[in-house]
Design a protein around this ligand. Structure first.
Ligand code: 8X3
Length: 248
């Protein structure tokens, strides 16, 4: 029997890769899209899926990606990220442009390309991975929090604009998840990236993937509109509990 198709963007690592694996485990044929095609191909080989190059910043790449996928029941808009951590007054406009492009316009582009297929499936599910940065603000994060707020606004507006259509809209807003997220934010500085999670137990990509798969496998009338997922040690974007380092 043909498996339903789930498309995952940003699938080469982190939450995207973990989501591809979990969705394959619950019966989907997963199409993995990302710029790093080789990493997607390795995961696709492992889970019996399909890897296709995708750069959400490039409209032609999005169009070619969508053209290669004739049908889809689930779309996980996971591609995104943060660059930089400075006060707004010190904003690097190129970093802000990248964040707004990849998180907002990139997600819109992919969604527009796949919405007809989700609707045609008769029970489409659009999952957008935003962040607690879509709900809260934090110092030094305005480029990212503004992009994530905008991404959430687009997602929720799409929900309203498709009322009556056979498609569900699920927003997943994770807090601290240990992935390449912080490494990218800090331009590859591993020490700074590690510091973000020091003294606490962050979520893993698999923790978030499990929640995405749960939402995508509810009955057709059940729409988990917004799911906020944080580690126990995280109260909010600016408040965490950290254990002191063990004495050696
Ligand atoms: C990642 C979570 O709190 O670093 O989206 O913005 S946070």
């Amino acid at each position: 029997m043909d498996r339903p198709v789930a498309v995952v963007t940003g699938a080469s690592s982190g939450i995207g890769a973990a989501t591809a694996r979990v969705l394959a485990g619950v019966g989907f044929h997963v199409v993995l899209g990302a710029r790093r095609l080789e990493r997607c191909q390795e995961i696709a080989d492992e889970i019996g899926g399909t890897a296709i190059a995708l750069d959400v910043l490039d409209p032609d790449s999005v169009a070619a990606f969508a053209a290669a996928v004739p049908a889809a029941r689930v779309l996980v808009n996971n591609a995104g990220g943060a660059k930089g951590f400075e006060p707004a007054m010190a904003a690097d406009e190129d970093q802000w442009r990248w964040m707004w492009e990849v998180n907002v316009l990139g997600m819109l582009r992919v969604t527009r390309a796949f919405m007809p297929k989700l609707i045609d499936s008769g029970d489409g599910v659009l999952v957008t991975v935003t962040s607690i940065a879509a709900l809260e603000l934090y110092d030094n994060g305005a480029g990212y929090t503004s992009a994530k707020h905008a991404q959430s606004a687009v997602h929720r507006t799409l929900r309203a604009e498709h009322l009556g259509q056979p498609v569900r809209f699920v927003e997943i807003a994770p807090g601290m998840v240990e992935t390449e997220f912080s490494l990218v934010r800090f331009g590859g500085d591993a020490e700074k990236a590690d510091h973000v999670y020091a003294g606490l137990t962050p979520l893993t990509a698999e923790d978030v993937a499990d929640v995405i798969a749960f939402a995508a496998t509810r009955p057709a009338h059940v729409d988990l509109d917004l799911i906020v997922v944080k580690p126990r040690d995280q109260h909010s974007a600016m408040r965490t509990f950290r254990r002191p380092p063990a004495l050696s």
